[in-house]
Design a protein around this ligand. Structure first.
Ligand code: ATP
Length: 361
């Protein structure tokens, strides 16, 4: 294998239990130089345990951890965290309170005084804190402390940086700025990053690859666009946004619904299926008033709904419909301001290219 293909970090079939409960159940992962992979999933799915095993602060029951192609932990060896060339940045990133910013960043650096000083000044400039070298942590805001922690973590040029919910202590607006600055610096440094988060938006914003975890396993891995637009199952779809669900039963590889027929190739007659669509992919049919399938679009047959309520959410409006066919509720997002009165009748259609059809679970 060519040297550039060797992952910076590789997890091979990692399993780990606490008592009889499997926290990590066969996780394999390859992280390359300059790549950001986000471990994403609900609370308790094993993200942090996976990260702690990669760092070496937890020792897996079975499986191997490799850094730059060399085993650092398996059944026969366990290299301590400080020897793995791995940087860590956790939510409670505590800076050393008795050291100033410059000394905090220089803490893990080797080399001459001049080299250390140059690296500290470069990094302070990169995180937009030039002139802060002699301030102490208690004199900094939360966002500034976070940026110093980032500079400290990347200062020794770790091969891999492991980050566990590093932005969760910051308020929303600050978090976006710090995330963007962080990503820019990590990309420039070519650092391989494994980042744990339970927030889909954070993963979409940061990741080259998202590894979606559930009950100790990676259930789907791919680029954010692919995971969002081709989820593996209903749960994976629902993790990224609200979803609408329309049920049907298969007959002759088709399922009939109030929105028209959907192809379900290969499914046995009588199989119950769910058609999933995100609120932004339902269309309001203002012009045709439910006159049946529109031959010029992908949108099938419109179904009649009655507005239950509508709310304005800033850059879009969210309209909830009670559907005439069975009284179920569907949500539609409409760009801008659209606040129809309750009780108004409208027809909805589905963008076929944005529907996911799964067997009912
Ligand atoms: P969160 O997003 O809430 O941090 P997570 O996905 O990171 O969750 P983990 O912290 O890896 O999940 O925990 C996975 C499972 O292992 C959970 O059921 C948790 O209770 C359990 N667990 C984690 N650490 C320990 C421990 N030291 N002792 C016992 N059980 C643990």
């Amino acid at each position: 294998m060519a040297a550039q293909d060797t992952p910076r970090l590789e997890l091979q079939n990692i399993c780990h239990s606490f008592g009889s409960d499997a926290a990590v159940d066969g996780v394999s992962l390859r992280l390359h130089s300059g790549e950001v992979i986000c471990l994403l999933g609900p609370s308790g799915c094993g993200k942090s345990t996976t990260l702690r095993i990669a760092a070496g602060v937890e020792c897996q029951d079975t499986g191997a951890v490799l850094v730059d192609g060399k085993v650092v932990s398996d059944q026969t060896c366990h290299m301590p965290p400080e020897n793995r060339s791995i940087g860590l940045m956790f939510q409670d990133f505590a800076l050393f309170p008795h050291l100033d910013v410059g000394a905090n960043i220089a803490f893990g650096l080797s080399g001459s005084r001049a080299e250390k000083k140059a690296r500290v000044l470069t990094l302070l400039d990169r995180v937009e804190l030039s002139g802060y070298a002699h301030k102490y942590p208690h004199e900094l805001s939360g966002g500034e402390q976070q940026r110093v922690a980032l500079a400290r973590a990347v200062a020794p040029r770790p091969r891999v940086l492991l980050m566990d919910e590093p932005f969760s202590g910051l308020d929303d607006r600050l978090r976006d700025d710090v995330r963007d600055a962080t990503l820019e610096l990590l990309k420039d440094e070519g650092t391989a990053v494994l980042l744990v988060t339970h927030e889909p938006e954070e993963a979409m914003r940061m990741a080259d690859q998202i590894a979606l975890m559930r009950a100790g396993r990676i259930v789907q891995q791919g680029a954010p666009y692919n995971i969002y637009n081709a989820p593996k199952d209903r749960e994976a779809a629902a993790f990224f946004s609200d979803i609408n669900v329309v049920s049907g039963v298969v007959k002759n590889a088709l399922t009939e619904t109030p929105f028209g027929q959907f192809l379900v190739p290969g499914a046995v007659d009588g199989t119950e299926v769910e058609i999933i669509i995100r609120p932004q992919h339902l269309r309001l049919d203002f012009d045709r008033h439910g006159k049946g399938p529109n031959p010029t679009t992908q949108e099938g047959t419109p179904a009649k709904g009655v507005v239950a309520r509508a709310r304005y959410l800033g850059n879009h409006s969210l309209v909830e419909f009670e559907m005439a066919y069975d009284g179920s509720r569907l949500q539609v997002t409409v760009p801008g301001v659209f606040l129809p009165e309750s009780g108004r009748v409208l027809w909805l259609s589905m963008r076929r290219d944005r529907c996911f059809v799964f067997p009912k679970t």
